[in-house]
Ligand binder design. Structure first.
Ligand SMILES: Cc1cc2nc3c(=O)[nH]c(=O)nc-3n(C[C@H](O)[C@H](O)[C@H](O)COP(=O)(O)OP(=O)(O)OC[C@H]3O[C@@H](n4cnc5c(N)ncnc54)[C@H](O)[C@@H]3O)c2cc1C
Length: 514
């Protein structure tokens, strides 16, 4: 297989021309090869161009290797040999990390048992709609809890800075269950909440059909641990024995993490981040990013901003053409996050703007970060007096004043205008303001947006530390995995962590079975 990079098409040209361009580059006939796009990105610096990398299947590859931007290409073999075993690992939590642990284990013939606190997607969606439309919040079934985890009612961006061959495995799995094939090669892949719901539902059905056992609406309350080894998980219904437990319960599983801490599982605090969402007209972001160029094929654009002050401030989880949504998992708290549909066709763009919170800023208790977050979330609710998020014009925040919002937020429950200067601490306000002034130089008009918040669930405040075999430092057989355990942030990195954990368990069970 060959890899050809830097093949360019004008935005108006048809992708069917790619075959012709490859043939021209390799000086051969179009019938001599087949090809596949593996990367497509936009170059908007001058004229609008799509730039492609393609793999090409052709005989006598060697004779083309002298050509510029043509190299050999090979894909690692990610298949796994089956393991003969009756042992059934337990997975706690069915978000991206739990899902991909289950997919990988099952691929090796190991049939996991999965406990998920929330409901299956159709029922979960009803509860979320009831909250978004009628303000009736369900603490057991919401944006954080249920089939697919926190990433289901999201933008389902599949971006990650990590390079790992299993990224293709993950996107291929999503495609297999109905995601658009372009997520395998576009520079900023996203599925959209309307599509990811369907993909996850089909994936769950496939796992069930192939022997995975699911217990929805059955939260794990505690573990049975004896002699520093995990022996069983305990729910309200039963005690389920297993020596292998994958803890993939996400960072909104405070109650379980607290219980594990009290049972002696080693947990340490870690740095995290808090902040707010900003919203702008998508047209403003597009005009800056595309330098006023317009074309129907141009996707709603994104930005990535970072300011290095006394503490880092950065944009995170941007949702072009999206909505700011309520993402709390506890009653009487406010948490914002972002989501979008596949078409990203809302007129507003939103992104989190987060400031780093160093672990020294909260109490010495390893779980102190949860208190820090909970205080912000409930303080917001107290100020608002309802589930309406807090909001303020960015320019007013800079000037320490409050006035009517320049435009209405997309937040479905409405917002309460307040002064974020009296919400965050003085030091953080100072750094946020320096950052905003810097962001204005990157995106002119940034200050004309609005703030909606608070955003508090971007990363876990704890790490359930593990050893080189990915087991808890204190508790054998317990595999802390994904975001809640402090080993991931975002759908892709958590899915990768789930696979990493499954691969270790597969090899462990293989060594026992021979
Ligand atoms: C609104 C929103 C939008 C987002 N958008 C994106 C995005 O576009 N792209 C991106 O990369 N990331 C996004 N994220 C972040 C991403 O969803 C998370 O990083 C990711 O889901 C974490 O995966 P996880 O499997 O570790 O945990 P989670 O997804 O949090 O899953 C944990 C699961 O465990 C369950 N659970 C909790 N406690 C228990 C218990 N005691 N017993 C049994 N089950 C339990 C929960 O119900 C949950 O389903 C978004 C998050 C939110 C909230």
């Amino acid at each position: 297989m060959l890899l050809i990079s830097e093949i360019k098409l004008n935005i108006d040209e048809d992708e069917a021309l790619l075959g012709k361009l490859i043939a021209k580059k390799l000086k051969c006939s179009k019938d001599d090869f087949s090809y596949r796009i593996i990367r497509k990105s936009l170059d908007a610096r001058r004229e609008l161009l799509f730039v492609y990398s393609l793999t090409v299947d052709i005989k006598n590859e060697e004779k083309y290797l002298h050509i510029k931007n043509v190299t050999k290409y090979g894909e690692p073999d990610l298949s796994v040999k089956p393991v003969i075993t009756d042992i059934r690992p337990i997975i706690i939590g069915y978000g991206p990390s739990g899902i991909f642990s289950a997919v990988r284990l099952l691929e090796a013939g190991i049939k996991p048992i999965i406990f998920e606190k929330g409901k299956r997607i159709p029922e979960r969606k009803k509860d979320i709609d009831n909250y978004f439309n009628n303000g009736i919040f369900n603490p057991d079934s919401n944006v954080q809890y249920g089939e697919g985890g926190a990433g289901t009612f999201s933008d389902a961006k599949l971006t990650t800075r990590v390079k790992n061959p299993f990224i293709k495995y993950i996107t291929d799995t999503f495609i297999r269950f109905g995601a658009d094939p372009s997520i395998a090669y576009v520079a900023h892949p996203h599925v959209g909440t309307d599509r990811i719901m369907d993909v996850i539902t089909k994936l769950t059905d496939y796992l069930i059909d192939n022997g995975a056992e699911f217990h929805f609406e059955e939260p794990v309350r505690k573990l049975e641990i004896k002699d520093n080894k995990v022996k069983a998980v305990i729910t309200d219904k039963n005690t389920y024995p297993s020596d292998i437990v994958i803890l993939a319960s996400g960072h909104s599983s405070y109650e379980l993490i607290k219980e594990l801490y009290e049972e002696g599982v080693y947990i340490e605090k870690k740095d995290m981040a808090v902040g707010f969402r900003v919203e702008h007209p998508q047209s403003l972001i597009d005009s800056v990013q595309y330098k006023n160029k317009k074309h129907p094929k141009l996707e709603p654009s994104e930005y990535f901003l970072r300011y290095n002050g006394d503490k880092g401030v950065y944009s995170f989880c941007m949702c072009p053409g999206g909505y700011v949504i309520p993402s709390n998992s506890k009653c009487n708290t406010i948490v914002t996050n972002g989501m979008s549909y596949h078409n990203r066709d809302n007129t507003l763009a939103n992104s989190a703007i987060l400031i780093q919170v160093n672990k020294e800023e909260f109490s010495d208790n390893p779980l102190g970060g949860f208190d820090y977050l909970h205080n912000l979330e409930s303080k917001a609710y107290e100020i608002s007096g309802s589930y309406k998020a807090l909001s303020q014009n960015i320019s007013d925040y800079l000037d320490n004043k409050v006035s009517k919002l320049k435009f209405e937020s997309s937040y479905p429950l409405g917002t309460t205008v307040t002064d974020f200067n009296s919400f965050f601490n003085e030091k953080d306000n100072e750094i946020f303001k320096e950052a905003i002034n810097y962001f204005e130089t990157c995106i002119p008009g940034f200050k004309d947006g609005i703030m909606v918040g608070p955003e508090t669930r971007s990363s876990s405040p704890v790490r359930i530390t593990r050893n080189e075999n990915l087991e808890s430092l204190s508790t054998k057989g317990l595999y802390p995995t994904g975001e809640g355990s402090g080993y991931g942030g975002g759908i892709m990195s958590c899915a990768l962590d789930g696979i990493r954990t499954a691969n270790i368990i597969i090899e462990k069970l293989r060594s026992i079975s021979v």
